[in-house]
Design a protein around this ligand. Structure first.
Ligand SMILES: [Zn+2]
Length: 170
């Protein structure tokens, strides 16, 4: 967890440095790397949260514990090869959870994360093409009312810091 926090703060500095070199200034990027609060949907396979269990398991299949232990990883959390998918609404994040195996113990959970959005590319048109291009730190998916970014893909797993977990009833 300490390592994840250090990695997150390093990433923020990187985004700020990158933003300071751009001809067009993005005040939010320069100030704090454009930090936002987002929901990430994940599955949980252990008994965390049941009857007051608060210790993390060591199973690789338990996404929630793995993410809290080791942070997000590029290989696992990359959605459609674009980035780590997050949402501004719990409902959308919940919808995005994919349960791969029929395991009766699998529960759904939401991880509330601090994210460094950096420069956001929007709207998301040709995402596959855009993801490879440098200069942007995240991509907006669906943009809702009042141009609120409902869906946000973080291009680096270092841009997310898990803060707390909400476990949903099965
Ligand atoms: Zn677990």
């Amino acid at each position: 967890m300490q390592k994840t926090l250090a990695r997150f703060e390093e990433y923020r500095e990187l985004v700020k440095t990158k933003a300071s070199k751009l001809p067009k200034k993005h005040p939010r990027c320069l100030a704090d790397g454009n930090e936002l609060l987002r929901f990430y949907g994940a599955t949980i396979t252990c008994s965390l949260g049941i009857n007051g269990v608060s210790s993390l398991c060591v199973s690789d299949k338990c996404c929630v514990c793995r993410i809290i232990r080791d942070g997000f990883s590029t290989k696992r959390e990359l959605k459609g090869g674009i980035g780590v998918f997050t949402s501004s609404t719990s409902a959308r994040a919940f919808e995005s959870i994919e349960v791969f195996e029929e395991n009766p113990d699998t529960r759904k959970a939401l991880i509330v994360c601090r994210v460094i959005a950096g420069r956001v590319h929007r709207p998301l048109e040709n995402i596959q093409e855009m993801a490879g291009q440098s200069g942007f730190d995240s991509l907006a998916g669906k943009v809702g009312l009042y141009s609120n970014i409902e869906e946000l893909y973080l291009l680096s797993p270092r841009a997310l810091l898990p803060c707390f977990v909400v476990i949903c009833k099965p």
